[in-house]
Write a new protein. Structure first.
Length: 185
């Protein structure tokens, strides 16, 4: 079977961000349901392929989500998804999210690279004023990525999410366009 042609939307060094490909919906459903991947994403209810497909299908009206597939250039495979959710086009801000669905690509700085690509796109092309992320305290990998990419810790929500039998804190991060502009000087 021939692999579908990939059309990069945002070019990176090791990865590209490409449009979601519904031919990969089985892969997305596998990632969403994988206990290792879903642990900190808090996907606590199983998701079918059909439900996953509906989530990724284009919706009419104002876009509240912009989602990309993270495509590994050397290996020529999708390895995760990322993007923006809860977009407020009036006030120019959005929540950023990411999931590297293939564990063999964890701890290789690909999340940091994807974050930096998302940040540049947010401020350079979408003209967002602020992007933000909530990351659960035990998810050291994700909050390390956020900090390496330039997000600043804005605060901590105490005991806000239930993981592995206990309530844990959530770190709230933000990145302002003015800080991004200063970092480019």
């Amino acid at each position: 079977m021939e692999k579908p042609e990939v059309f990069p939307f945002i070019l990176g060094e090791n990865i590209d961000l490409v449009a979601i490909n519904l031919e990969h919906v089985n892969l997305y459903a596998r990632w969403i349901n994988d206990p290792r991947v879903r642990r900190y994403a808090r996907n606590t209810i199983p998701i079918t392929v059909e439900e996953s497909k509906k989530w990724f299908e284009p919706r009419e009206g104002i876009k509240e989500f912009v989602t990309f597939e993270i495509y590994h250039k050397k290996d020529k495979v999708p390895i995760g998804t990322c993007g923006y959710g809860h977009i407020d086009w009036i006030n120019r801000h959005a929540n950023t999210f990411m999931s590297i669905g293939e564990p063999k690509y964890w701890n290789k700085n690909l999340g940091t690279e994807a974050s930096k690509l998302l940040i540049d796109y947010a401020f350079r092309e979408l003209n967002f004023h602020k992007i933000y992320a909530g990351i659960f305290e035990p998810n050291i990998g994700s909050w390390s990525v956020a900090e390496k990419a330039g997000f600043e810790l804005e605060g901590v929500e105490k005991r806000t999410i239930y993981i592995d039998g206990e309530y844990v804190d959530a770190r709230m991060y933000r990145y302002l366009k003015e800080d991004w502009l200063k970092s480019r000087e």
